[in-house]
Design a protein around this ligand. Structure first.
Ligand code: TPP
Ligand code: MG
Length: 380
């Protein structure tokens, strides 16, 4: 039953912006009429993508607790809402991510070593250590570096999509956000602009029901996030974000719609942030963790694994082999990237001015003259 606030008239309860679209229910019941067409390899690749997130998050969060990296933000329990959008795009399309989407970059071709190098901010990091951990970017895999400023990526996503349309380039863009991002002006600007220009864009909102300590219930007075689509003249759909088949199906349809020139779609994927917001957060201070325990039972990976096993697409031995291979990949990437060391100090003043100005050269010389221990013993 959808809660109706005040006297605002709402669409009927079965409207896609209010209902919850599912393909594979929590009990494993499949609605075959809605199931997206996936080859066995594609289905296994999607599963591997989700499992990769689970394993690397666990390992990298442990590294943060050991003091070996500075920060980490997990996507635990939200893996279907990370891989679903990535699986809907072609190689020439672009993904403009939100905070927890690094697994989508890996799904699209970022290597584990590149990801781990970004987390260390070491000399191998293409971003030269200038971003917080978990903010990789890869031009090759058409995955834009995440901006930490909530929602600022959304006008960029519309711009990319609109530019593609003007150039008659058959490219589709997915712009990702969390529930919290929908309260930012950038979201409204982006959604309005996308609606007006009919840009080939899919706005994807992973509603994990929390924005740090702010629950979704006070994030908006709308009954759902998906219903906001209607105000911007685009279709909206609310999908079970822990049902990867539903997310992939809905996203593929929205991507194809955009590619046909029919304009943007807004998708809300309902999930839950079972982890802390980040390694700097303690959710027991502000929420009832017994609800978190209930959401852990709706695990998207376990649900999809059961489906794959029942359909003969995976068996226990293949599952174990996949897990071991991912664990080895993460372990090897850490072993290779941890000793690399930071980018050269000189990179501090590079890439902004064609000619490094005298005052920056002076400051750099001062830093270089400091005793090593004053630099924390880190920089070469
Ligand atoms: C403009 C801006 N305001 C505040 C913050 C601090 N901040 C970082 S993440 C976050 C919550 C984001 O919530 P949501 O969009 O739901 O994404 P989630 O973290 O749940 O994935 C906030 C408030 C920020 N990074 N940028
Ligand atoms: Mg959120």
């Amino acid at each position: 039953m959808v809660e109706v606030r005040g006297a605002i008239p709402l669409p009927p309860a079965d409207d896609p912006t209010l209902a919850l679209y599912q393909v594979l229910s929590e009990t494993g019941k499949l609605d075959a009429s809605r199931a997206p067409v996936l080859s066995p390899d594609e289905a296994r690749k999607i599963y591997r993508g989700m499992l990769t997130i689970r394993i690397m998050d666990e390992r990298l969060l442990a590294m943060q607790r050991q003091g070996r990296i500075g920060f980490y933000g997990e996507a635990r329990g939200q893996e279907a809402a990370v891989i679903g959008p990535a699986a809907a795009l072609g190689p020439n399309d672009w993904l403009v991510p939100a905070l927890r989407d690094a697994g989508a970059a890996i799904y699209r071709g970022l290597t584990m070593r590149q990801y781990v190098a970004q987390i260390f901010g070491n000399a191998n990091d293409v971003g030269k250590g200038r971003q917080l951990p978990c903010h990789p970017g890869t031009r090759a895999a058409h995955y834009v570096t995440m901006s930490s400023c909530i929602a600022t990526q959304l006008p960029h996503a519309v711009g990319l999509a609109w530019a593609a349309k003007l150039r008659k380039d058959p490219v589709v863009v997915i712009g990702c956000m969390g529930d919290g991002a929908t309260s930012e002006e950038d979201f409204h600007v982006a959604a309005n602009f996308a609606g007006v220009t009919k840009a080939p864009l899919v706005l994807f909102c992973a509603n994990n029901q929390w924005a740090i300590s702010t629950p979704a219930s006070v994030q908006t007075a709308s009954p759902t996030f998906a219903i906001k689509a209607l105000a911007y003249g685009m279709p909206g759909i609310r999908v079970d974000g822990n049902d990867v088949l539903a997310v992939v199906g809905v996203m593929k349809e929205a991507v194809e719609r955009a590619r046909r020139g029919e304009g943007p779609t807004f998708v809300e994927a309902l999930t839950y942030r079972v982890s802390a917001h980040s390694s700097s957060d303690d959710p027991t201070r502000y929420r009832d963790e017994s609800i978190t325990e209930q959401w852990k039972l709706k695990d998207p990976i376990a649900r999809f694994r059961k489906y794959l096993i029942a359909g003969g697409l995976l068996d226990d031995a293949a599952d174990e082999r996949m897990k071991s291979a991912i664990e080895a990949e993460v372990r090897d990437a850490i072993a290779a990237e941890e000793p690399v060391g930071p980018p050269p100090l000189r990179s501090l003043v590079e890439d902004v001015f064609a000619q490094v100005p005298a005052h920056l050269e002076e400051q750099l010389a001062e830093i270089e003259a400091l005793p090593r221990q004053k630099l924390g013993g880190v920089h070469a």
